[in-house]
Design a protein around this ligand. Structure first.
Ligand code: GLV
Length: 325
């Protein structure tokens, strides 16, 4: 008998066929996100769950008494309670590597868009305006040869460093628990303290995972240390930044602007002051959202799922749960 699994998001025929070969499966085929009550019902008899983001907590685990693996179709896994999963012997996997280039591309796009005011000026032209006269508003900020500070130099950070250094001649500074000799050698990246990064960078990028230690890593004090015209970029997780402090820093002109793909509360409340700020560029948490990257993530998640329910060793077990395999 094949193991039972649930796929909580529609996947391509290719991914579905792969799972069908090894598993007895049901799949959520709705266009909208799976409603919580449906998910809670569906997880009751399955050994494996594949899902973009699952809040795995006490309530979830109580329902899913046969579950052996949660295969996340995402790289971040801050919604998994890994202590609880460890206690219940449930493996958690994620999808690193396959989205690194795609997210790095978006980060460069956010940096350029914010520095050169691309989205603002797009609205300007589409509103029928053109006259540039002497308005300093049009004199934007150079990206080439500027200094980029990367807080959290993991795989995606390295891809950004590569683009910034080789493509834009930027000086790259970084802080990370462990040194990244390859990024130092290939892209001239220099390891600094966080304070040095905040003080010296024209663009400050946060690229850390969300954990108890990184929650509100950037707040009032950190914004005050940044250059007055620094652009702050966050494509990691909203809660890494104290959003109230960010709004305050922007209102007080303590920094020059922000480019954000993630927010403390998603979807963003239309009443959030960031929405109406001219010097803020926002995207709706779409770092890995290209057709190819999402397909690669789904296939990777499917491989992890199948390995987890067929007695194999999934390739991408999250580090906190590696002891279970
Ligand atoms: C997206 O935010 C991801 O973690 O993959």
């Amino acid at each position: 008998m094949k193991p039972k699994v649930y796929i909580a998001k529609p996947v391509s025929q290719q991914v579905e066929n792969y799972i069908a070969e090894y598993c007895d499966y049901r799949m959520w085929r709705g266009e909208e996100n799976i409603p919580k009550e449906v998910l809670m019902e569906e997880i009751q008899d399955v050994e494996g769950l594949m899902i973009p983001k699952a809040k795995v907590d006490e309530e979830f685990i109580k329902k899913a008494s046969h579950l052996r693996i949660v295969s996340h179709i995402a790289v971040g896994y801050d919604t998994l309670d890994t202590d609880l999963m460890s206690e219940h012997n449930i493996i958690g996997t994620h999808t690193p590597y396959v989205l690194d280039d795609t997210v790095a591309d978006l980060i460069i796009g956010l940096m350029l868009s914010s520095a050169r005011r691309i989205s603002q000026l797009d609205h300007y032209v589409k509103a029928g305006k053109w006259d540039k006269s002497d308005d300093p508003f049009f004199l934007s900020k150079d990206v080439h040869h500027a200094t980029l500070g990367i807080i959290g130099m993991g795989r995606i950070g390295e891809q950004v460093a590569k683009r910034a250094s080789l493509g834009f001649d930027m000086n790259v500074l970084y802080c990370n628990r462990s040194p990244r000799p390859e990024a130092e050698e290939k892209y001239g990246a220099e390891k600094k303290t966080m304070e040095q990064i905040l003080k010296q960078s024209d663009f400050v990028l946060t690229m850390v995972p969300l954990t108890d230690e990184t929650q509100h890593l950037i707040g009032d004090k950190e914004f005050k240390q940044m250059k007055k015209d620094a652009i702050f970029i966050n494509p990691s997780r909203g809660k890494v930044v104290d959003e109230t402090a960010l709004i305050g820093a922007l209102e007080a002109n303590e920094i020059g602007g922000a480019a954000l793909d993630v927010f403390e509360k998603e979807p963003v409340d239309p009443a959030n002051p960031l929405v109406t700020m001219e010097n803020v560029v926002m995207t709706p948490h779409i770092g890995s959202a290209t057709a190819d990257a999402r397909e690669a993530m789904a296939m990777k998640a499917a491989e992890n799922l199948v390995a987890g329910v067929t007695g194999g060793k999934p390739e991408n077990v999250v580090k906190e749960l590696k002891h279970l395999v």
